[in-house]
Design a protein around this ligand. Structure first.
Ligand code: WT7
Length: 628
């Protein structure tokens, strides 16, 4: 770890934001604004909340019953109303809300008024199915506008959406539908990936076979020929919306009404359903989008995420729409049809804010600077990075090819935190590789195991006070929620290792637990292990993350075979295919090594730390508990 910290800080360069940018930014003096916000965080958040629409006001800003929080107590609101109605009633009515482009260059543009109409039709269609406040809806769609429409329509009625990334396998989808007990699944016939057609409907068919709660399946049909509908309970999206009215009153919901469940990986084999609520989440995503990216009405904001992950929820859909922003979203990958794809979109649509990931930057680096050099990127003014630490080399490259004057907001946060918690603002001096300082109103710190603050040096990342967009619980599993607040006394433990330098800048170093970040996607080693041992040839498996040049980390599995099975290339392939089936493409181990034993503690726990150290040729540290 120490070694990592050194490489990260090697460049030691400080980059000051361009004066013009700073001069027009919402926040021009971070130190002053931060100090003020921290002196009275409730006042700070209350003032932010006042910028949004509430049907009725709160009696209390925060009710903190450690570790359970309620924000904007007894107020009523609706995030969908704030994303749409508020703008439709203003001059923004005919402003562009969403520009969507397909891989093949098809373009769909939604003004606020048009998005409002589509969402309202969809909400009426949901109502027509008899769905009621609190019911769960699973959305398993590729990155198409219907995904956004469906999310906002659910929110409008107080239905809880559970968006599942369309790269997940039938088994993974099934587990998520079952845990949420969804009544409805919204899907599409296919997705497209580098011009390949990816069938999605068959995945849903397979998944819902054993989901007794699912009453209906709505299908967006993208392919021209034939119909993907195969049973009575299936409805075509177009037919579903066709005769619905373009107005559906947004429900006046208590601010603590659940908005969504989003499943993410942890340290056990079972993914956890992170629950976010209307009021606090709305306040957090609204103000972070505004201050971090300095989002203004004139901007074209391009976030490359997929709403299947939390970045898409908070920074494609909710945050930007709450601000009345113009969002560009594109289906497909950064290198298809060529590595100029995103640079071309930036030039074509005059993108001014570009939010991407370290993995994508490293991928584009491989193709060379000649690709960005072909395009006019002068419309850009603020850049963003998220999902994993961005190494200074990738940081510098991204900065240089975009003109050496657009600051990169390295935003640290998690599915659980709902919105960005540690990040520069466009007025903060940058150190490449550091997410810099806490956002306003956020008390982030680095502490030792006992919770003592570390003045400077390495330790665990924690948040010391509740914040509005924090998760409220883990669906069906409150004990797992408690763990976040009970691991280190008195604070929220993020699960990240972090280094604080002498200027108070935070350098996030990766996970402290058994979670691996492959291309920014969070994968629990325990999930991959349990998938592997469910294969008939496997007795035991241990999975670790290994550094990888573009993906950041890759998965390596160590497997013990059952008696009678021998190692062959075919078997390795079978094991990889098995994980593909059980979990999906992102969880497939790139390397599988057959071994005869695994390092374990006396109580039988696999010591992944020891495996990892051995694999990387490092010192395994304390191995006194090692049995063999
Ligand atoms: C984990 C959360 C945040 C939305 C997308 C991922 C890592 C995230 C950064 C960053 C260093 C980062 C952490 C965190 N992470 N952003 N800017 N610098 N690490 O959300 O899947 O819930 O993952 O991603 O390890 O704990 P997620």
């Amino acid at each position: 770890m120490e070694q990592n910290i050194e490489t990260l800080q090697k460049s030691g360069r400080v980059i000051y934001p361009p004066a013009e940018l700073k001069a027009q930014a919402y926040i021009q003096d971070y130190e002053k604004a931060y100090k003020q916000s921290i002196e009275d965080p409730e006042k700070f958040w209350e003032n932010v909340a006042k910028e949004l629409h509430w049907f009725s006001p709160w009696n209390k800003v925060l009710e903190w019953n450690y570790p359970w929080a309620k924000w904007f107590v007894d107020a009523t609101c609706n995030i969908s109303y704030n994303c749409l109605d508020r703008h439709v009633q203003s001059w923004r009515k005919n402003k562009v809300a969403v520009i969507w482009v397909s891989e093949e260059g098809e373009e769909r543009i939604f003004t606020y008024a048009e998005l409002y109409r589509q969402v309202n039709k969809c909400a009426n269609a949901l109502k027509a199915l008899g769905l009621n406040k609190g019911d769960r809806v699973t959305i398993y769609l590729p990155k198409i506008p219907e995904q956004i429409v469906a999310m906002l329509a659910c929110a409008r009625l107080g239905l809880i959406h559970s968006v599942v990334y369309s790269g997940f396998s039938a088994k993974a989808l099934q587990a998520r539908i079952q845990d949420a007990e969804s009544k409805l699944v919204i899907t599409a016939d296919v997705g497209y990936d580098r011009s390949k057609t990816i069938p999605l409907k068959p995945v849903v068919d397979e998944a819902v076979k054993s989901c007794s709660t699912v009453e209906k399946v709505v299908v967006v049909q993208r392919e021209k020929n034939g119909s993907a509908l195969t049973s009575e309970k299936e409805i075509d999206w177009e037919d579903w919306l066709k005769n619905q009215s373009t107005h559906c009153e947004a429900l006046q919901l208590d601010s603590e009404t659940p908005l969504y469940i989003l499943y993410t990986s942890g340290t056990t084999g079972k993914p956890k359903g992170v629950v976010h609520v209307h009021g606090g989440y709305m306040v957090g995503t609204y103000i972070t989008t505004r201050y971090v990216f300095d989002l203004k009405d004139e901007d074209v904001y391009f976030c490359v995420a997929d709403p299947g992950w939390v970045t898409g929820h908070s920074y494609i859909v909710y945050g930007p729409l709450l601000n009345g922003g113009t969002i560009l979203t594109a289906e497909g990958k950064p290198d298809y049809p060529n590595p100029g794809r995103w640079w071309d979109l930036i030039e074509r649509y005059g993108v001014s804010i570009f939010y991407t990931t370290p993995t994508a930057v490293r991928l584009l680096m491989k193709f060379g600077e000649e690709w960005p050099a072909k395009y006019d990127l002068s419309s850009l003014r603020v850049l963003g990075s998220v999902g994993e630490p961005i190494n200074p080399e990738a940081w510098e490259w991204f900065y240089r090819v975009t003109g050496s004057n657009k600051p990169i907001m390295d935003t640290w946060w998690q599915t659980e935190t709902g919105s960005i918690l540690v990040t520069p603002l466009p007025c903060v001096p940058l150190k490449p590789g550091s997410a810099t300082r806490p956002f306003l109103g956020i008390e982030a710190d680095v502490v030792d195991r006992d919770g003592n603050s570390i003045e400077h040096g390495g330790g665990f990342a924690v948040i010391k006070k509740p914040w509005p967009s924090m998760m409220r619980t883990i669906y069906n599993d409150p004990d797992r929620y408690l763990l976040y607040w009970n691991t280190i006394k008195g604070c929220y433990t993020a699960g990240d290792v972090c280094h604080k330098d002498k200027d108070g800048y935070l350098w996030f170093m990766g996970r402290a637990d058994d979670v691996v970040k492959v291309a920014g996607n969070r994968i629990g080693t325990a999930e991959v292990e349990s998938a592997l041992v469910s294969h008939e040839a496997v007795v035991e498996a241990a999975v670790i993350g290994k550094p990888h040049k573009t993906a950041g980390e890759m998965i390596k599995a160590f497997v013990i075979l059952k008696e009678g099975h021998t190692e062959t290339p075919d078997l390795i392939q079978q094991l990889q295919d098995h994980v593909l089936n059980e979990l999906g493409k992102i969880a497939v181990p790139k390397e599988v090594e057959i071994v005869s034993s695994l390092p374990k503690t006396r109580s039988g726990k696999i010591m992944r730390r020891v495996l990892k150290a051995k694999e990387l040729g490092q010192d395994p540290g304390d191995i006194s508990t090692l049995e063999e």
